[in-house]
Design a protein around this ligand. Structure first.
Ligand SMILES: Cc1ncc(COP(=O)(O)O)c(C=O)c1O
Length: 399
């Protein structure tokens, strides 16, 4: 895990005011309330909850989620899985396609690494070649370990067949192609067919709740069709896993999905918050902020020290967090290291030079990946204190 510089460690116990800018800050009280809401939802709807750790890339936060009731975490990359396992998170699902033999050898090694801890590695596949390559990597890992006389050589990996339920990204066609792949998986002793990966990514960010309901309903139909086909061929469909922050209540209500992969709910970015909430879903709070300060004051605008090297802008610009008494400010792109601030709604008041401000990122996942550390604060952003530092352990873990 990442070692943090001393000047950051010295922040523990200090007031939020002392956090230098720009910095990535978690409002831990808000984050924990979000976690409790999700855990309650999952319990009430009798679904497993496996949040996507690509959001926070932090071993500590993954463990916090599991303490709150998550069965494990999802990751998107082999390197992210390695970071999680090295940090002691032993139930990890790579919800993505991995086909490079060198990476698959690393995946196989992970299955061996978690076995003594009673852990499990799972992975998605969407091609025959992908299945064969994975099986070969598992067999080679077993052979190597047996040759070395090691006892835990007979590990298996859980394999989910990814079906394309409308996103048009990875995944085989729902129905016969998925059933054929499940049959193929069953031929390999080191692979265990675990179920279906059915993530409808496009549904997540649709602004209207009705549009999301329609997209999710169509995904559920495709899942249902595939489960029926699997059963007809004598294959138990296993677990259906998927769903994100925009739609998880719909998948949970389907009676088909047994596991929810939503991740962003824990921090809630501007993009998710501006969409019409599905009434069945809990209300989540913003919990991730970029702290910034005004470094230049001009006639009609102020300039802060957070540009797009501090926050991702792929889903839009950040919003300036307004405390009750403050007039609203609007953030405009000022380049890599600057943000331009103007009074919103025809107002004229600008913040003073040196004034500290809080930005809510447009998209949390890639924002986190820009930082080495997240600073956890309790007691609120105005009067709180620094409680903990969370290294972004899997920052840049792309392979
Ligand atoms: C496969 C998969 N599952 C789950 C998620 C989690 O979605 P969110 O962070 O929007 O809740 C994503 C996000 O892109 C994803 O790609």
């Amino acid at each position: 895990m990442t070692t943090l510089p001393a000047h950051l460690s010295e922040l523990i116990g200090k007031p939020v005011h002392d956090i230098d800018t720009p910095a990535l800050v978690i409002d831990l009280d808000a984050m924990k309330r979000n976690l409790v809401r999700m855990a309650d939802f999952a319990r009430k709807h009798r679904v497993r909850w496996r949040p996507h750790a690509k959001l926070h890339k932090s071993v500590h936060l993954a463990k916090l989620q599991m303490k709150a009731g998550a069965v494990g975490v999802c990751v998107q990359k082999t390197a992210e899985a390695e970071v999680m396992v090295a940090g002691g998170v032993h139930d990890v699902y790579i919800s993505n396609q991995v086909v490079a033999p060198a990476k698959l050898a690393r995946v196989a090694a992970l299955t061996q690494a978690v076995a003594p801890h009673g852990g499990q590695i799972a992975i998605a596949v969407d091609s025959l070649e992908g299945v064969e390559r994975l099986a070969l990597a598992m067999t080679e890992a077993r052979t190597r370990l047996r040759a070395a006389g090691l006892p835990n050589a007979a590990t298996v990996i859980d394999v989910f067949v990814e079906i394309d339920v409308g996103q048009g990204r990875c995944g085989v066609e729902p129905g016969p192609a998925a059933a054929a792949l499940a049959l193929e998986i069953r031929k390999h002793p080191a692979l265990r067919f675990a179920g279906l990966q059915a993530y409808q990514g496009q549904a997540q960010h649709l602004p209207s709740a009705l549009a999301r309901r329609m997209a999710s309903a169509s995904a559920v139909k495709l899942v249902e069709l595939t489960c029926q086909l699997l059963k007809a061929q004598g294959i138990a469909p296993g677990l259906v896993t998927g769903a994100g922050t925009g739609s998880f209540a719909l998948e949970a209500a389907s009676g088909l999905y047994g596991e929810l992969q939503a991740g962003s709910f824990m921090f809630m970015d501007v993009d998710y918050a501006r969409n019409e909430r599905e009434p069945a879903q809990p209300q989540f709070e913003h919990a991730l902020f970029v702290k910034t300060q005004v470094i230049s004051l001009q006639a009609n605008h102020a300039v802060c020290d957070a540009g797009h090297k501090s926050h991702a802008i792929d889903s839009g610009l950040p919003r300036v967090h307004a405390f009750d008494s403050q007039s609203e400010l609007e953030y405009f792109n000022g380049g890599d290291e600057h943000g331009i601030l103007r009074a919103a709604d025809g107002g004229t008041r600008l913040p003073k030079l040196g004034r500290m401000l809080w930005l809510i990122p447009g998209h949390c996942d890639p924002t986190v990946n820009l930082h080495d550390v997240m600073i956890g604060v309790t007691g609120g952003l105005r009067h709180g204190t620094v409680h903990a530092l969370y290294p972004v352990d899997a920052r840049g873990a792309m392979t």
